[in-house]
Design a protein around this ligand. Structure first.
Ligand SMILES: C[S@@+](CC[C@H](N)C(=O)[O-])C[C@H]1O[C@@H](n2cnc3c(N)ncnc32)[C@H](O)[C@@H]1O
Length: 387
Protein backbone atom coordinates (compact mmCIF):
# COMPACT_ATOMS: atom_id res chain seq x y z
CA UNK A 1 0.00 0.00 0.00
CA UNK A 2 1.51 3.33 -1.12
CA UNK A 3 0.28 5.19 1.96
CA UNK A 4 2.30 2.93 4.31
CA UNK A 5 5.36 2.65 2.00
CA UNK A 6 5.04 -1.14 1.86
CA UNK A 7 8.10 -2.39 0.02
CA UNK A 8 9.02 -5.79 1.39
CA UNK A 9 12.57 -7.05 1.87
CA UNK A 10 13.76 -9.93 -0.31
CA UNK A 11 14.94 -13.06 1.46
CA UNK A 12 18.62 -12.61 0.53
CA UNK A 13 18.72 -9.09 2.03
CA UNK A 14 16.77 -10.17 5.13
CA UNK A 15 19.39 -12.91 5.65
CA UNK A 16 22.21 -10.41 5.07
CA UNK A 17 20.79 -8.05 7.72
CA UNK A 18 20.31 -10.87 10.25
CA UNK A 19 23.77 -12.40 9.57
CA UNK A 20 25.42 -8.99 10.04
CA UNK A 21 24.30 -8.79 13.68
CA UNK A 22 26.92 -10.36 15.93
CA UNK A 23 24.60 -11.17 18.88
CA UNK A 24 24.54 -14.95 19.40
CA UNK A 25 21.71 -15.68 21.78
CA UNK A 26 19.12 -12.87 22.09
CA UNK A 27 16.14 -13.31 24.40
CA UNK A 28 13.95 -10.71 22.69
CA UNK A 29 13.64 -9.53 19.07
CA UNK A 30 11.47 -6.62 17.87
CA UNK A 31 10.41 -5.81 14.27
CA UNK A 32 8.73 -2.38 13.91
CA UNK A 33 6.83 -2.15 10.59
CA UNK A 34 6.93 -5.93 10.27
CA UNK A 35 4.94 -6.00 6.98
CA UNK A 36 4.95 -9.50 5.55
CA UNK A 37 7.46 -10.66 8.18
CA UNK A 38 10.51 -11.03 5.87
CA UNK A 39 13.01 -9.91 8.50
CA UNK A 40 11.40 -11.79 11.38
CA UNK A 41 11.24 -15.00 9.31
CA UNK A 42 15.00 -14.77 8.66
CA UNK A 43 15.65 -13.97 12.35
CA UNK A 44 13.60 -16.95 13.53
CA UNK A 45 15.79 -19.26 11.49
CA UNK A 46 18.89 -18.00 13.26
CA UNK A 47 17.68 -17.30 16.80
CA UNK A 48 15.26 -20.11 17.51
CA UNK A 49 14.78 -19.53 21.24
CA UNK A 50 14.04 -15.80 21.32
CA UNK A 51 10.68 -14.17 22.06
CA UNK A 52 9.49 -12.22 19.01
CA UNK A 53 7.47 -9.00 18.82
CA UNK A 54 6.10 -7.52 15.60
CA UNK A 55 4.33 -4.18 15.09
CA UNK A 56 2.57 -2.79 12.02
CA UNK A 57 0.09 0.01 11.38
CA UNK A 58 -1.75 -2.03 8.76
CA UNK A 59 -4.26 -4.47 10.18
CA UNK A 60 -4.09 -6.61 7.01
CA UNK A 61 -0.36 -7.26 7.62
CA UNK A 62 -1.08 -8.21 11.23
CA UNK A 63 -3.93 -10.55 10.35
CA UNK A 64 -1.96 -12.22 7.49
CA UNK A 65 1.03 -12.72 9.78
CA UNK A 66 -1.01 -14.28 12.54
CA UNK A 67 -1.85 -17.02 9.97
CA UNK A 68 1.68 -17.39 8.55
CA UNK A 69 4.15 -16.93 11.43
CA UNK A 70 3.88 -18.88 14.66
CA UNK A 71 5.08 -17.87 18.12
CA UNK A 72 5.11 -14.13 17.67
CA UNK A 73 3.47 -11.32 19.62
CA UNK A 74 1.78 -9.05 17.07
CA UNK A 75 0.43 -5.52 17.56
CA UNK A 76 -1.50 -3.25 15.22
CA UNK A 77 0.03 -0.02 16.47
CA UNK A 78 1.52 3.11 14.90
CA UNK A 79 5.28 2.85 15.61
CA UNK A 80 5.57 6.65 15.55
CA UNK A 81 3.35 6.77 18.62
CA UNK A 82 5.05 8.38 21.60
CA UNK A 83 3.46 5.71 23.85
CA UNK A 84 4.67 2.76 21.78
CA UNK A 85 5.90 0.84 24.85
CA UNK A 86 2.56 1.09 26.67
CA UNK A 87 0.55 0.35 23.53
CA UNK A 88 2.49 -2.85 22.92
CA UNK A 89 3.14 -3.73 26.53
CA UNK A 90 6.85 -4.10 25.74
CA UNK A 91 9.05 -2.57 28.43
CA UNK A 92 11.19 0.36 27.22
CA UNK A 93 14.87 -0.58 27.18
CA UNK A 94 14.18 -4.33 27.31
CA UNK A 95 14.89 -5.56 23.76
CA UNK A 96 18.10 -7.38 22.77
CA UNK A 97 17.76 -7.03 19.01
CA UNK A 98 15.64 -4.77 16.83
CA UNK A 99 15.32 -5.47 13.11
CA UNK A 100 13.61 -2.99 10.85
CA UNK A 101 12.84 -1.92 7.31
CA UNK A 102 10.86 1.24 8.06
CA UNK A 103 8.63 3.33 5.78
CA UNK A 104 10.48 6.27 4.15
CA UNK A 105 8.01 9.15 4.47
CA UNK A 106 8.33 12.85 5.32
CA UNK A 107 6.61 13.74 8.57
CA UNK A 108 5.91 17.04 10.26
CA UNK A 109 8.39 18.16 12.94
CA UNK A 110 6.80 18.26 16.36
CA UNK A 111 7.64 18.34 20.07
CA UNK A 112 6.65 14.71 20.57
CA UNK A 113 9.27 13.61 18.02
CA UNK A 114 11.85 15.91 19.65
CA UNK A 115 11.16 14.03 22.88
CA UNK A 116 11.67 10.63 21.23
CA UNK A 117 14.96 11.81 19.71
CA UNK A 118 16.14 13.21 23.06
CA UNK A 119 15.27 9.97 24.87
CA UNK A 120 17.26 8.06 22.24
CA UNK A 121 20.27 10.33 22.84
CA UNK A 122 19.99 11.77 19.33
CA UNK A 123 19.74 15.37 20.48
CA UNK A 124 21.60 17.05 17.60
CA UNK A 125 19.01 15.54 15.27
CA UNK A 126 16.33 17.83 16.72
CA UNK A 127 17.97 20.47 14.53
CA UNK A 128 17.41 18.51 11.31
CA UNK A 129 15.53 20.68 8.80
CA UNK A 130 12.81 18.08 8.44
CA UNK A 131 11.95 14.71 9.92
CA UNK A 132 11.34 11.47 8.08
CA UNK A 133 9.59 8.38 9.42
CA UNK A 134 12.84 6.37 9.15
CA UNK A 135 14.61 8.81 11.53
CA UNK A 136 11.84 8.45 14.12
CA UNK A 137 11.83 4.65 13.66
CA UNK A 138 15.59 4.70 14.47
CA UNK A 139 14.83 6.66 17.67
CA UNK A 140 11.94 4.37 18.67
CA UNK A 141 14.08 1.26 18.10
CA UNK A 142 16.95 2.69 20.18
CA UNK A 143 14.51 3.54 22.97
CA UNK A 144 13.18 -0.02 22.99
CA UNK A 145 16.69 -1.57 23.07
CA UNK A 146 18.66 -2.53 26.18
CA UNK A 147 22.05 -0.82 26.59
CA UNK A 148 24.36 -2.60 24.08
CA UNK A 149 21.29 -3.96 22.30
CA UNK A 150 21.66 -4.02 18.51
CA UNK A 151 19.53 -2.49 15.76
CA UNK A 152 19.80 -3.77 12.17
CA UNK A 153 17.90 -1.35 9.94
CA UNK A 154 17.53 -0.70 6.20
CA UNK A 155 17.76 3.06 5.62
CA UNK A 156 17.41 5.28 2.55
CA UNK A 157 20.58 6.67 0.99
CA UNK A 158 19.96 10.19 2.36
CA UNK A 159 20.58 9.06 5.94
CA UNK A 160 24.02 7.77 4.93
CA UNK A 161 25.11 10.35 2.34
CA UNK A 162 23.08 13.53 2.38
CA UNK A 163 24.26 16.74 4.01
CA UNK A 164 20.73 17.13 5.46
CA UNK A 165 21.30 14.15 7.79
CA UNK A 166 24.82 14.97 8.94
CA UNK A 167 23.62 15.71 12.48
CA UNK A 168 21.94 12.31 12.73
CA UNK A 169 25.15 10.58 11.55
CA UNK A 170 27.10 12.50 14.16
CA UNK A 171 24.62 11.48 16.88
CA UNK A 172 24.76 7.83 15.87
CA UNK A 173 28.56 7.79 15.59
CA UNK A 174 29.26 9.68 18.81
CA UNK A 175 26.44 8.70 21.17
CA UNK A 176 26.01 5.14 19.89
CA UNK A 177 28.18 2.78 17.91
CA UNK A 178 27.71 2.10 14.22
CA UNK A 179 29.17 -1.36 13.76
CA UNK A 180 28.67 -1.62 10.04
CA UNK A 181 27.18 0.21 7.05
CA UNK A 182 26.43 -1.99 4.03
CA UNK A 183 25.69 -0.41 0.68
CA UNK A 184 23.00 -2.37 -1.18
CA UNK A 185 22.46 -2.51 -4.92
CA UNK A 186 19.87 0.00 -6.20
CA UNK A 187 16.38 -1.21 -7.10
CA UNK A 188 16.37 -4.19 -4.75
CA UNK A 189 12.85 -3.34 -3.65
CA UNK A 190 10.27 -4.06 -6.27
CA UNK A 191 8.51 -1.00 -7.71
CA UNK A 192 11.10 1.40 -6.27
CA UNK A 193 14.37 2.85 -7.49
CA UNK A 194 15.39 3.57 -3.90
CA UNK A 195 19.05 3.24 -3.02
CA UNK A 196 19.39 1.75 0.43
CA UNK A 197 21.93 0.74 3.06
CA UNK A 198 21.88 -1.59 6.05
CA UNK A 199 23.06 -0.02 9.30
CA UNK A 200 24.05 -2.12 12.29
CA UNK A 201 23.87 0.13 15.36
CA UNK A 202 24.78 -0.83 18.93
CA UNK A 203 23.00 1.22 21.60
CA UNK A 204 25.34 3.38 23.67
CA UNK A 205 28.86 4.74 23.29
CA UNK A 206 31.88 2.55 22.74
CA UNK A 207 35.59 3.14 22.39
CA UNK A 208 36.03 1.81 18.86
CA UNK A 209 37.29 4.49 16.49
CA UNK A 210 36.49 2.80 13.21
CA UNK A 211 33.42 1.58 11.36
CA UNK A 212 33.23 -1.19 8.77
CA UNK A 213 31.82 -0.01 5.43
CA UNK A 214 30.94 -2.67 2.92
CA UNK A 215 29.05 -3.33 -0.28
CA UNK A 216 26.73 -6.18 -1.17
CA UNK A 217 25.83 -7.50 -4.62
CA UNK A 218 22.33 -8.06 -5.96
CA UNK A 219 22.20 -11.51 -4.36
CA UNK A 220 22.94 -10.10 -0.91
CA UNK A 221 26.56 -11.31 -0.74
CA UNK A 222 29.17 -9.00 0.79
CA UNK A 223 31.66 -8.11 -1.97
CA UNK A 224 34.16 -5.97 -0.04
CA UNK A 225 34.81 -4.41 3.38
CA UNK A 226 36.91 -1.42 4.46
CA UNK A 227 37.50 0.16 7.87
CA UNK A 228 37.11 3.92 8.06
CA UNK A 229 37.78 6.32 10.91
CA UNK A 230 34.59 7.55 12.61
CA UNK A 231 35.45 11.22 12.18
CA UNK A 232 35.60 10.79 8.39
CA UNK A 233 32.02 9.53 8.39
CA UNK A 234 30.13 12.63 9.49
CA UNK A 235 30.30 13.99 5.94
CA UNK A 236 29.32 10.70 4.28
CA UNK A 237 29.18 7.11 5.39
CA UNK A 238 28.83 5.15 2.14
CA UNK A 239 31.29 2.54 0.95
CA UNK A 240 31.31 3.85 -2.65
CA UNK A 241 32.32 7.35 -1.58
CA UNK A 242 35.09 6.19 0.75
CA UNK A 243 36.56 3.77 -1.78
CA UNK A 244 36.59 6.53 -4.39
CA UNK A 245 38.19 9.02 -1.99
CA UNK A 246 40.97 6.47 -1.41
CA UNK A 247 41.70 6.76 -5.13
CA UNK A 248 41.34 10.53 -4.96
CA UNK A 249 43.97 11.14 -2.30
CA UNK A 250 46.81 12.72 -4.31
CA UNK A 251 46.97 16.43 -5.06
CA UNK A 252 45.18 19.41 -3.57
CA UNK A 253 41.40 19.72 -3.35
CA UNK A 254 39.69 21.89 -5.94
CA UNK A 255 38.70 24.20 -3.09
CA UNK A 256 42.38 25.17 -2.62
CA UNK A 257 42.36 26.88 -6.05
CA UNK A 258 41.18 30.40 -6.58
CA UNK A 259 37.73 29.35 -7.77
CA UNK A 260 34.15 29.60 -6.53
CA UNK A 261 31.34 27.09 -6.94
CA UNK A 262 27.85 28.57 -6.97
CA UNK A 263 24.45 26.97 -7.36
CA UNK A 264 21.78 28.75 -9.44
CA UNK A 265 19.41 30.75 -7.24
CA UNK A 266 16.19 30.29 -9.24
CA UNK A 267 14.35 27.14 -10.32
CA UNK A 268 13.66 26.40 -13.98
CA UNK A 269 10.00 27.44 -13.51
CA UNK A 270 10.95 30.72 -11.87
CA UNK A 271 13.37 31.61 -14.66
CA UNK A 272 10.77 30.65 -17.22
CA UNK A 273 8.30 33.01 -15.53
CA UNK A 274 10.93 35.79 -15.61
CA UNK A 275 11.17 35.25 -19.37
CA UNK A 276 14.96 35.26 -19.46
CA UNK A 277 17.08 32.79 -21.39
CA UNK A 278 18.40 30.24 -18.96
CA UNK A 279 20.69 27.26 -18.82
CA UNK A 280 19.26 24.03 -17.38
CA UNK A 281 20.30 20.36 -17.36
CA UNK A 282 18.56 19.99 -20.72
CA UNK A 283 20.73 22.77 -22.24
CA UNK A 284 24.10 21.02 -22.16
CA UNK A 285 23.88 19.76 -25.73
CA UNK A 286 22.73 23.00 -27.35
CA UNK A 287 24.84 25.38 -25.31
CA UNK A 288 28.07 23.47 -25.18
CA UNK A 289 30.22 26.18 -26.68
CA UNK A 290 28.18 29.28 -27.26
CA UNK A 291 25.78 30.92 -24.85
CA UNK A 292 23.42 33.73 -25.72
CA UNK A 293 23.69 37.09 -24.04
CA UNK A 294 20.89 37.93 -21.65
CA UNK A 295 19.69 41.46 -21.14
CA UNK A 296 20.14 42.47 -17.52
CA UNK A 297 17.41 45.08 -17.72
CA UNK A 298 14.75 43.46 -15.55
CA UNK A 299 14.29 44.84 -12.11
CA UNK A 300 14.46 42.18 -9.41
CA UNK A 301 15.42 42.17 -5.75
CA UNK A 302 17.24 38.91 -6.22
CA UNK A 303 19.14 38.93 -9.52
CA UNK A 304 19.50 35.51 -11.10
CA UNK A 305 23.02 34.13 -10.86
CA UNK A 306 24.71 34.51 -14.25
CA UNK A 307 27.38 32.40 -15.93
CA UNK A 308 29.81 34.33 -18.14
CA UNK A 309 32.60 33.69 -20.62
CA UNK A 310 35.27 31.47 -19.03
CA UNK A 311 32.96 29.78 -16.47
CA UNK A 312 32.26 26.07 -16.21
CA UNK A 313 28.72 24.79 -15.74
CA UNK A 314 28.11 21.31 -14.32
CA UNK A 315 24.79 19.58 -13.66
CA UNK A 316 23.95 19.13 -9.98
CA UNK A 317 21.14 16.59 -10.45
CA UNK A 318 20.51 13.67 -12.75
CA UNK A 319 21.85 10.17 -13.20
CA UNK A 320 24.39 11.41 -15.78
CA UNK A 321 25.10 14.78 -14.23
CA UNK A 322 28.81 14.05 -13.92
CA UNK A 323 29.01 13.86 -17.74
CA UNK A 324 27.19 17.18 -18.20
CA UNK A 325 29.93 19.78 -18.16
CA UNK A 326 30.05 22.93 -20.31
CA UNK A 327 32.64 25.67 -20.75
CA UNK A 328 31.18 29.07 -21.65
CA UNK A 329 33.09 30.46 -24.63
CA UNK A 330 30.96 33.52 -25.25
CA UNK A 331 28.15 35.55 -23.67
CA UNK A 332 26.30 35.40 -20.36
CA UNK A 333 23.38 33.31 -19.25
CA UNK A 334 21.27 32.74 -16.14
CA UNK A 335 21.30 29.14 -14.84
CA UNK A 336 18.89 27.10 -12.77
CA UNK A 337 19.29 25.64 -9.28
CA UNK A 338 20.01 22.26 -10.91
CA UNK A 339 23.37 23.62 -12.10
CA UNK A 340 26.64 24.66 -10.43
CA UNK A 341 28.79 27.42 -11.91
CA UNK A 342 32.55 27.22 -11.37
CA UNK A 343 34.32 30.55 -11.87
CA UNK A 344 37.88 31.65 -11.33
CA UNK A 345 41.00 32.75 -13.14
CA UNK A 346 41.72 31.33 -16.57
CA UNK A 347 44.55 28.99 -15.54
CA UNK A 348 42.67 27.48 -12.62
CA UNK A 349 39.51 27.03 -14.67
CA UNK A 350 41.52 25.21 -17.35
CA UNK A 351 42.96 22.87 -14.70
CA UNK A 352 39.50 22.23 -13.21
CA UNK A 353 37.92 21.57 -16.60
CA UNK A 354 40.62 19.11 -17.53
CA UNK A 355 40.30 17.34 -14.18
CA UNK A 356 36.50 17.16 -14.28
CA UNK A 357 36.60 15.64 -17.75
CA UNK A 358 39.49 13.23 -17.08
CA UNK A 359 38.75 9.51 -16.73
CA UNK A 360 39.57 9.45 -13.00
CA UNK A 361 37.69 12.73 -12.42
CA UNK A 362 34.62 11.25 -14.11
CA UNK A 363 34.88 8.06 -12.01
CA UNK A 364 35.13 10.16 -8.84
CA UNK A 365 32.09 12.27 -9.77
CA UNK A 366 30.09 9.17 -10.70
CA UNK A 367 30.90 7.59 -7.33
CA UNK A 368 29.98 10.63 -5.26
CA UNK A 369 26.52 10.93 -6.84
CA UNK A 370 23.92 10.14 -4.22
CA UNK A 371 20.19 10.37 -3.55
CA UNK A 372 17.23 8.08 -3.05
CA UNK A 373 15.52 8.70 -6.40
CA UNK A 374 17.07 11.84 -7.93
CA UNK A 375 20.86 11.60 -8.05
CA UNK A 376 22.72 14.66 -6.74
CA UNK A 377 26.35 15.83 -6.65
CA UNK A 378 27.07 17.96 -3.58
CA UNK A 379 29.16 21.13 -3.76
CA UNK A 380 31.43 19.74 -1.05
CA UNK A 381 32.13 16.63 -3.11
CA UNK A 382 33.15 18.75 -6.12
CA UNK A 383 35.37 20.85 -3.84
CA UNK A 384 37.03 17.65 -2.57
CA UNK A 385 38.10 16.46 -6.03
CA UNK A 386 41.89 16.56 -6.11
CA UNK A 387 43.78 18.43 -8.84
C1 LIG B 1 9.12 -0.93 3.84
S1 LIG B 1 7.86 -1.93 4.55
C2 LIG B 1 8.86 -3.18 5.25
C3 LIG B 1 8.12 -4.38 5.73
C4 LIG B 1 8.96 -5.50 6.31
N1 LIG B 1 9.61 -5.09 7.54
C5 LIG B 1 10.01 -5.97 5.33
O1 LIG B 1 11.18 -5.80 5.61
O2 LIG B 1 9.64 -6.48 4.29
C6 LIG B 1 7.35 -0.89 5.86
C7 LIG B 1 6.28 -1.48 6.73
O3 LIG B 1 6.00 -0.52 7.75
C8 LIG B 1 4.60 -0.44 7.94
N2 LIG B 1 4.33 0.91 8.45
C9 LIG B 1 4.24 2.08 7.77
N3 LIG B 1 4.03 3.10 8.61
C10 LIG B 1 4.00 2.57 9.85
C11 LIG B 1 3.82 3.11 11.14
N4 LIG B 1 3.65 4.42 11.33
N5 LIG B 1 3.81 2.25 12.19
C12 LIG B 1 3.99 0.93 12.03
N6 LIG B 1 4.15 0.36 10.83
C13 LIG B 1 4.17 1.16 9.76
C14 LIG B 1 4.00 -0.71 6.58
O4 LIG B 1 2.66 -1.18 6.70
C15 LIG B 1 4.96 -1.78 6.05
O5 LIG B 1 4.52 -3.05 6.40
Amino acid sequence: MQQFAQFFTEKSFSNLLIDSISHKNPQTVLDLGIGNGSLTTAAKQRWKNATYYGVDIDKKCISNLSDTISDINLFKVNSLNINLAEKTNIKLGSIDIAICNPPYLTIRKSKKYNRLLTEANLTRSINLKSYTSDVIFIAQNINMLKPKGVLGIIVPEGIVCSHSFKLLRQDLLENHSIEMCIQLEPKIFCKTEAKTHILIIKKGKNKKNTVILSSADKDGNITDKIQVNKSALFHRMDYKFHTSTFKNKHGKPLSSLNISITRGNYSKHELEALKVPYFHTTSFKQHDKNCSLIRNTYNLDKKPTIAKKGDILIARVGRNSYKQIAYIQKGNIAFTDCIYRISGNHDDIEKVLKRLKSKSGQTYLKNVLHGVCAQVISKKDIENLKV
